[in-house]
Design a protein around this ligand. Structure first.
Ligand code: GAF
Length: 438
């Protein structure tokens, strides 16, 4: 993986060449030459709005970005036997070769080997597709340029790349998905199923209670489009900036700024937010049994529960953020399609305020970046924290002509104010995961 200071996404072909080189140099002579080779890629993402809404079945509006995880490997479905030679080996730029035997009793690793969990967790999700007496055997080299730990979903892209790699193996063995009852899954159903499996891998095997946004957009992302995803039904609408006039030259662009800070607090606080949402929901359900998740509540319900049902303090704040964020997200998709940039910007700014004050997932450095962008002057429509929070990135909607000036401004002012350098770049919506022909 590249360091966060590299700004331009690599050409996917360059990543493929690097992955092939890593594969040859790591597994070299040991590789079973009879096994077919496969190559896959899966992107990271940025979320325009709809933050911390996915794990309560709400709305999100992310786009896949041009940074990818690429896997190059060979593999097969084989009959189980007691031979030690049936194993899986994985390697990445930052990590030495790790070996494992696929088995439902695999246990998650801790410490520096934790990255292996994202691969193993996904493998376990595809195991039920095989017959009792079958297992996977593969060698896989992984390269990527999604900046690590910066809130652009490097882990989801690793999971999704692994999933597509396993699907290539299943396809060439004619294995049908266990969920495909009567007919093969359509391409759309496959992308959805893949996202669900990758999310489960992260929830169950890696112990992270995340929602489905990151895996979904990495799997189903579409060039030039954002996805308005309903995280409960998994229905989605492709949204283009400017709707039918999407190609108009006055459409603004998105600038991502990586604060280059990641506060440790974040990892522990995420499950706390998940729990608080559950507690707030329980109060709302008691008041109105048709509210089964925060997704079902309106701001009126939240106010009523605050008046009469004991929804107060931190739980009131959390519910207020999630419920208002769902409303903002749907409104943002409509405004984007109309090319109503002023409204989009206002909704983004309101989202940031809500995340900072009610959901409390921002931090000083991110607030500095958002404030700098929001007060930049003519050209910027809106700016907010994107992703899980406690560091990571901001996303800013800015006029195309002002983007370069904004980038220079953020770089100098952020460093002057915090002593830390940020990384700033323009982004466009890229396509989701794919198999790459060799
Ligand atoms: C992280 C999680 F992985 C997502 O599921 C989502 O909850 C996001 O934080 C916040 O919107 O990226």
């Amino acid at each position: 993986f590249s360091s966060a200071s590299e700004v331009m996404p690599s050409n996917v072909q360059t990543l493929v060449d690097q992955a092939k080189y890593l594969f040859d140099s790591s597994f070299g002579a040991d590789v079973d030459k009879n096994l077919p080779n496969y190559c896959v890629s899966a992107p990271g993402r940025v979320n325009l709005i709809g933050e911390h809404t996915d794990y309560t079945g709400g709305y999100v509006l992310p786009l896949a970005i041009g940074f990818n995880t690429v896997g190059y490997g060979c593999g097969s479905v084989v009959k189980k036997d007691s031979s030690e030679s049936i194993k899986c080996r994985i390697v990445s730029t930052n990590n030495p070769v790790a070996e494992f035997h696929v088995s439902p009793s695999l246990e998650a690793s801790t410490g520096s080997n934790k990255w292996v969990n994202y691969v193993q967790g996904v493998v376990l999700q595809y195991l039920p597709d095989l017959k009792e007496d079958e297992t996977f055997m593969f060698d896989l080299a992984i390269i990527g340029d999604v900046p690590l730990g910066s809130g652009l979903s490097s882990s989801a892209s690793l999971e999704v790349a692994t999933a597509v790699f396993l699907e290539r193996i299943l396809d060439s063995h004619g294995v049908a998905y266990c969920s495909a009852k009567d007919a093969p899954l359509s391409e759309k159903q496959r992308k959805m199923e893949r996202a669900v499996r990758c999310k489960l891998a992260e929830n169950i095997f890696c112990g992270v209670p995340c929602g489905i946004m990151d895996q979904f957009v990495s799997s189903a992302g579409c060039e030039g489009k954002l996805l308005l995803l309903d995280c409960r039904s998994l229905d989605y609408r492709e949204v283009s900036m400017g709707g039918e006039n999407a190609s108009s030259s006055d459409a603004p662009v998105l600038v991502i700024t990586n604060s280059n800070v990641k506060h440790d607090l974040g990892d522990g606080e995420y499950p706390v937010r998940v729990r608080q949402c559950k507690e707030a929901t329980d109060i709302l359900t008691k008041m109105n049994p048709s509210i089964q998740s925060l997704r079902d509540a309106t701001m009126k319900d939240v106010e009523a529960a605050a008046q009469s049902a004991g929804l107060e303090g931190v739980l009131l704040q959390r519910a207020r953020h999630v419920v208002s964020e769902n409303e903002r997200t749907v409104k943002t998709a409509d405004a984007l399609e109309k090319g109503d940039w002023e409204t989009v910007g206002k909704l983004m700014n309101a989202s940031h305020t809500s995340m900072r004050d009610d959901y409390e997932v921002s931090c000083e450095e991110i607030d500095v970046l958002v404030d700098l962008a929001q007060t930049f002057g003519d050209g910027v429509f809106g700016s907010r924290l994107t992703g899980g929070g406690f560091g990571g990135c901001t996303v800013t909607l800015v006029k195309k002509d002002s983007a370069q000036q904004l980038i220079e401004y953020l770089k100098t002012q952020y460093e002057a104010k915090t002593g830390t350098k940020c990384v700033c770049f323009e982004t466009a919506a890229a396509s989701g995961a794919k198999a790459i022909d060799l």
